[in-house]
Design a protein around this ligand. Sequence first.
Ligand SMILES: C[S@@+](CC[C@H](N)C(=O)[O-])C[C@H]1O[C@@H](n2cnc3c(N)ncnc32)[C@H](O)[C@@H]1O
Length: 187
Amino acid sequence: MPNPHDVILNASPWVKRFSPFIPQGGVVLDLACGSGRHSELFASIGYQVLAVDQDVSAIELLKNPFITSKRLNLEEANWPLVGSEFSGIVVTNYLYRPHLDQLPKMLQEGGVLIYETFALGNGDFGKPSNPNFLLNPGELLAFASRHQLKVLAYEDIYVDQPKAAMVQRLCAVKGEPKQRIPLQFQG
Ligand SMILES: C[S@@+](CC[C@H](N)C(=O)[O-])C[C@H]1O[C@@H](n2cnc3c(N)ncnc32)[C@H](O)[C@@H]1O
């Protein structure tokens, strides 16, 4: 069984930074969860997590009682999570535009979306380089505005950790934030 501490060590600093903004008491959706680094992070700080992916074999190895995993094809014509509600949604390194607009519908009032994925220009550094998997300039900001999400933070930048990449990242809330949390300085 993988060591949960090692799994959490690989969590994105952006997701870690904004994790306290997700209201406690509900369920966090880890969309396209992969190995479950963010599911494990949220489970470690007291959240119930629904982890979905087309391949849940890695997350099932974690055997964490706070994490429910579900094998889903997130790219079929009908959205497989219709009617579900979450206090937080986390998406990293995954983009499927045809269903992007489903995410705000699944957020409860006061719920928080944390999104981080590759942006245009990433092809200069490696994969993904297919524009279908890369955000256009300002795309997450425009998405938040289209859905009346309040943007708490947004970046569209070059990063050199864990590897050189162009990324866009967003933290946004549906309605008003349930709590006021000062951001920690990330030195
Ligand atoms: C680059 S990985 C990111 C994993 C995780 N979010 C992270 O950042 O560690 C992309 C994930 O998307 C999942 N995925 C790709 N296509 C999918 C689909 N059609 N339905 C469900 N999951 C899919 C893959 O199985 C993989 O786990």
